[in-house]
Design a protein around this ligand. Structure first.
Ligand SMILES: Cc1ncc(COP(=O)(O)O)c(C=O)c1O
Length: 386
């Protein structure tokens, strides 16, 4: 048997991670400003995380949701404390797509409608409803197109509002900072207008914080630039620092819990809860929301001075650096010749940076040195072969 061939991969086999670094099987050390796609929030193999998970593995890894699991209650309480978000119930799942799938389903259960309003360039996952709400025809099968979706530009709040006013949508789903789409940010004013119109028309506002949440944007959730209270918030990537866990925060004023409406076998298992708790404990103890904001600003200032970078997008440690040429080959060159992992996006010219939230100024300096050296040697190489 061989693996189903669905990914383009770099010819690098990683066998170890430590803080902001990963190591291949030959012992080469790479600076990780990609975090395995925004997943590594507190750094690879953080000692507190390792000890919490190891301790739980020795006790109990899994039991189903048919018995009391107070680790879930501890996680919900810690999440409320560290995020400062109140008036929500938590439902635990295993991934970002699953969180959005349940969010969309819950919205439709709540108001009986089925149309979705989403944003152009948005990404919500690959399960049936989540992928239909994602603006990418290439990843949608005929089976997925089971309900109507209207896509609007992130900067066209009037058309989003007009669409909600038609009164036939069960939900608006959006990312406050579009990750894969290219790091465009919605404004606080637009969020406030959308939220108010959703309330007037019994339409759920779902904030997809799968990538931008958990401190990445410099606040716990990226939507917090606006004074709004979404009906549902979906979360995943940074939540378990690599352990698969996702969740929905459900506004208790919008939804009353009903038994059996939602369910999962693996979601909220003992080990996942402990991974989630360990991440929040480190975010709190090491003041990582503050670090994300301040180091993100510092990093953005240094990147701005690189002449080949034409524009910066994003917030906190979720930075998009737009070049005036496609970055696919530069990104590969950075991995293979400068031991630096970065990310990409739908915008072919954009390098997406998603380092762990606990990087320090010397990691930021090292990144800038590697990036500058990489751009220089890549440009020389392409000029020599032109
Ligand atoms: C904003 C956003 N939502 C949802 C998802 C889907 O998450 P998962 O791959 O865990 O299903 C992603 C993944 O990249 C994402 O960036």
């Amino acid at each position: 048997m061989k693996m189903f061939d669905v990914y383009s991969v770099y010819d690098v086999e990683l066998v170890k991670g430590q803080g902001a670094y990963v190591f291949d099987k030959a012992g080469n050390k790479y600076l990780d400003f990609y975090g395995g796609h925004a997943v590594i929030s507190i750094g690879h193999t953080h000692p507190h995380y390792v000890s919490r998970l190891t301790g739980q593995i020795e006790k109990l890894v899994f039991y189903s949701n048919s018995v009391v699991n107070t680790l879930q209650d501890q996680l919900a309480e810690k999440l409320a404390k560290v995020s400062g978000i109140e008036g929500y119930d938590l439902f635990l799942v295993n991934s970002g797509a699953e969180a959005n799938e349940n969010a969309l389903k819950l919205a439709s259960f709540g108001n009986g409608k089925s149309k979705i309003i989403a944003l152009k360039n948005g990404f919500h996952g690959r399960t049936s409803a989540a992928v239909n709400a994602t603006d990418n025809k290439k990843i949608q099968a005929a089976l997925n197109k089971g309900f109507e979706v209207e896509y609007h530009a992130i900067d066209d709040v009037d058309s989003i509002v007009a669409s909600i006013q038609k009164n036939d949508a069960c939900a608006v789903i959006l990312e406050a900072i579009q990750g894969i789409g290219g790091m465009d940010c919605i404004t606080a004013e637009a969020l406030a207008k959308i939220s108010a119109t959703c309330k007037e028309h019994n339409t759920a506002l779902i904030l997809d914080e799968v990538q931008a949440g958990y401190g990445r944007s410099g606040s716990f959730f990226a939507y917090e630039i606006a004074d709004i209270k979404p009906d549902i918030i979906s979360m995943a990537k940074g939540m378990g620092n690599g352990f698969p866990i996702g969740g929905l925060l459900i506004n208790t004023e919008s939804y009353k819990a009903k038994k059996s409406m939602l369910g999962t076998t693996f979601g909220g298992n003992h080990l996942a809860c402990v991974a989630g708790l360990a991440v929040l404990e480190v975010i709190e103890k090491e003041n990582l929301i503050h670090n994300s904001k301040h180091l993100g600003e510092q990093l953005a200032n240094s990147i701005k001075d690189i002449p080949e970078v034409k524009q910066l997008k994003g917030r906190g440690l979720m930075i998009g650096a737009e070049f005036d040429f496609p970055i696919k080959e530069l990104r590969k060159h950075l991995v293979l010749n400068h031991s630096l992992f970065t990310g990409s996006s739908k915008n072919p010219n954009m390098l997406r940076l998603l380092p762990p939230l606990n990087i320090n100024p010397s990691h930021a300096d090292e990144f800038i040195e590697k990036l500058k050296a990489g751009i220089k040697s890549y440009t020389n190489k392409t000029m020599a072969t032109a």
